[in-house]
Write a protein that binds this ligand. Structure first.
Ligand code: PHE
Length: 455
């Protein structure tokens, strides 16, 4: 069977930006920037983007497109034994989908709840005690939360419908699920910066603390953020590249995807922090008092800020609804890109029909997801996310750059990229892939592992 193709260059670019821009941009990025030196974080962030993000993204697009194959098959071209690395990447991606889709399930619930501002004045109590009915710890799984189970099922069904017709249905979906959240971020950002106290929030986000640059953790956070955000090391970008024709412009595709992703993070930072500044101002506290990490930011702090917006419940409901539509459409392209990478890897190796695979995968994903839809689910989500984000991803990144750089040959890859691209890539590419990226990643991995054991 002929390999599927993107219908147009835009379908590919939108799908790639869609995979990259996800829940990671909307709240992980603003929080990371804030807690790692504010404005100073942009220095390691951009260094990580240029040193590791762009070269590896280019390498993944180039390898997938050049070999017309998904991650395990690409790795196998370096030698039989390396195929495992590709499967490992895909397997880590599968684990991410299991819990990413549960968060999507929460968002579905919150979309409905936002229409009545159901969390009232205490979103924290509402989220943990009414919505999750959270247990005392990971040891106590408790009962299933049915509203979340339904949200999870709807998410898997949606993914099934989007992927069912391959690049055709994906192309049609990303034509609206990629621009819509960006437009909504602009709307939320505009509302945000016109609020009283918005400047305080933005000051917090952008004012640099250079002393943080001496801390290894800040650099680890920047590299981790770039990897997660650009969907690197899970085989997603290799798969998406493989649906391009062999002549597609790799360098150009890379630059557009990376720019689109960073622009989304930047917009999200403004939309979120302006509102936090407003909230801190009317509560008469510092911005640092209202910021909270990850999940808390989207389901507790932001809803809280919404319930304080001027204009009454109706206006609050509108902005709450827009915020969750934004999250939902931002997240869905990332969620299905992971499933597509698994699908491509399996169908490159075994002869399974697309529909059969998708139905089986959705059922398996749904069942594994149930663990995270219990009262103890949030604890498990945290634990697993931590190990995938801090270790699995970096380990694949190290192997990937070593295999591309030393076995397949970074020079060979560079020649191919230059043959198809308008912008020509210099010798620095080879140096980065062969030496710089593996050295930095190994350094980050070992220092953060040592840190962990010290705790
Ligand atoms: N890049 C996505 C985000 O920022 C997450 C993701 C990671 C998607 C890996 C696919 C693969 O949310």
């Amino acid at each position: 069977m002929a390999r599927q193709r993107w219908n147009s260059r835009w379908a590919f670019v939108l799908a790639a930006v869609g995979s990259a821009a996800g829940l990671g941009n909307a709240w992980r990025f603003p929080y990371m920037a804030y807690s790692n030196g504010g404005g100073a974080f942009y220095i390691p962030y951009f260094i990580a983007l240029f040193v590791a993000g762009i070269p590896l993204l280019m390498a993944e697009f180039g390898m997938g497109q050049g070999l017309q194959a998904s991650a395990p098959k690409v790795m196998r071209s370096a030698g039989k034994g390396f195929e495992m690395i590709g499967w490992w990447a895909v397997f880590s991606g599968a684990i991410i989908t299991f819990y990413y889709n549960v968060i999507m399930g929460w968002i579905f619930n919150y979309l409905i709840k936002s229409t009545t501002v159901a969390w009232k004045n205490n979103p924290s109590d509402y989220f943990f005690n009414s919505f999750l009915k959270i247990s005392s710890g990971p040891g106590e799984i408790g009962a299933l939360r049915w509203a979340i189970v339904i949200g999870l099922a709807v998410t898997w069904l949606w993914i099934y419908l989007i992927l069912r017709k391959g690049t055709d249905s994906v192309g049609k979906t990303v034509a609206w699920t990629v621009p819509l959240p960006i437009i909504l971020l602009l709307v939320l950002g505009l509302r945000g910066i016109t609020l009283n106290g918005a400047g305080e929030g933005l000051n917090y986000l952008f004012s640099p603390d250079f002393s943080k640059l001496a801390d290894v953790k800040v650099w680890a956070a920047a590299f981790g953020q770039i990897f997660f955000s650009l969907s690197l090391a899970f085989g997603v970008m290799i798969t998406y590249g493989s649906y391009n024709s062999k002549k597609s412009d790799v360098a150009n595709n890379t630059v557009i995807t990376a720019l689109g992703n960073s622009a989304t993070s930047f917009l999200a930072g403004i939309a979120v922090f302006s509102v936090l500044g407003y909230m801190a101002t009317i509560q008469g506290v510092g911005v640092d008092k209202v910021v909270s990490q990850g999940i808390g930011l989207a389901f507790v702090v932001y809803p809280k800020a919404i319930s304080l917006l001027p204009g009454g419940v109706f206006v609050q409901a509108i902005f709450g609804f827009l915020f969750f539509v934004m999250l939902l459409t931002l997240g869905i392209d990332s969620a299905f890109s992971l499933v597509e990478a698994i699908e491509a890897s399996i169908s490159d190796k075994f002869k399974v029909g697309k529909k059969k695979f998708l139905i089986t995968m959705s059922i398996i994903g749904f069942i594994f997801g149930l663990l995270f839809a219990t009262q103890g689910g949030l604890y498990w989500l945290d634990i697993i996310d931590h190990f995938i984000g801090n270790y699995a991803l970096l380990i694949v990144g190290i192997f990937e750059s070593l295999i591309f750089g030393w076995i397949i040959g970074a020079e060979k890859l560079r020649t191919y990229i230059n043959n198809v691209s308008e912008i020509k890539i210099g010798k620095w590419f080879t140096f980065f892939i062969k030496y710089l990226i593996p050295i930095i990643l190994i350094w980050i991995l070992t220092t953060s592992a040592i840190d962990e054991f010290k705790k």
